[in-house]
Design a protein around this ligand. Structure first.
Ligand code: CP
Length: 302
């Protein structure tokens, strides 16, 4: 395929190929000379219509490690503010001889729409509440690295599932790799269709922690709430916030993940986020190798 729009369209073999390619790139970026010439003469535009720290910097670093030429576009200080459309914006960027577009957008389906209207390779860096494929790939890659394999592992995704593209991409990715997936959160923050995805549903966070090998903890996405949902942040933290005391009560060790940004003291306490249970910064580290793999594999497909 020419684009990476979501995990839904990938096979387990596609994901394994991305992981094996990322294994090689992870070795490369741990060497004193971190750069390889693989994407020399390829130009990539990072087009961000929504805020980002990890994804934007991780893609930029991945591109530079591969020797691509990189341009960065951020809608907040662009001519989008003067009314220019998405397709016009991207077509203008492409006319400067750009080969690939990495795009984050607040509208679900924006990269799919773009893929029908432009000729370059597109990588979805998060489209609204829909998918965030490279996040799910780096998350599953990090589980594989920590636990040896993803197949057979029990992964609980805890938090605001309704507004989360990370949740949906993780569900698709983990299931394709043979993991068991549970979602846990207040009923108001779980989509109505959730059980049709073949996941377990749990409302009690302590039971979810008892069940799982890995807890992937998500933040409440206030920026995506059209109306104010129950619970408030204070109530959420009271009923769903994960702290060290809860982990100490378990009769096993579990792995703690979070895609970032963390709302410390809301969904996750610092005594867990910064503990030996947490692989949160390993996830970020692995993001660069995963994105190098995705860009490298797509660059050869016209
Ligand atoms: N995990 C993630 O997508 O973080 P950013 O929004 O900072 O890119």
């Amino acid at each position: 395929t020419k684009h990476l729009l979501g995990i839904k369209g990938l096979t387990a073999d596609d994901i394994q190929l991305i992981f094996e390619t990322a294994d090689n790139f992870k070795d490369v970026i741990n060497r004193p000379i971190k750069k390889v010439p693989s994407l020399r003469d390829i130009t990539i535009a990072n087009v961000f219509f929504e805020n980002s720290t990890r994804t934007k910097l991780s893609f930029e670093l991945a591109e530079k490690r591969l020797s691509a030429d990189v341009i960065n576009f951020s809608s907040s200080n662009s001519s989008v503010k003067k009314g220019e459309t998405l397709v016009d914006t991207v077509n203008n960027i492409l006319s400067m001889k750009v080969d690939m577009v990495v795009m984050r957008h607040s509208s679900p389906g924006a990269p799919h729409f773009l893929s029908k209207n432009i000729s370059a390779n597109i990588v979805n860096a998060g489209d609204g509440t829909h998918e965030h494929p490279t996040q799910a790939l780096l998350d599953a890659f990090s589980i594989r690295e920590k636990l040896g394999d993803v197949a057979g592992k029990k992964v609980a995704i805890i938090g605001d599932i309704l507004h989360s593209r990370v949740a949906l991409s993780n569900i698709f990715c983990l299931q394709k790799l043979g993991a068991e997936v549970m979602v846990c959160g207040p009923v108001t923050l779980l989509p109505k269709y959730i059980s049709s995805l073949g996941v377990k549903v749990e409302y009690d966070v302590k039971k979810a922690l008892e069940w799982c090998d890995v807890a992937n903890i998500l933040r409440i996405q206030l920026e995506r709430q059209q109306i104010k949902y129950f619970p408030s942040l204070r109530e959420y933290s009271l009923y769903y916030g994960v702290d060290k005391k809860m982990l100490d009560q378990l009769d096993k060790e579990i792995v703690i993940m979070h895609p970032g940004p963390i709302n410390r003291g809301v969904e996750l306490n610092s005594d867990v986020a910064d503990s030996e249970h947490s692989i949160i910064l390993n996830q970020v580290e692995n993001g660069v190798a995963i994105r190098m793999a995705v860009l490298y594999l797509l660059a050869g497909v016209k």
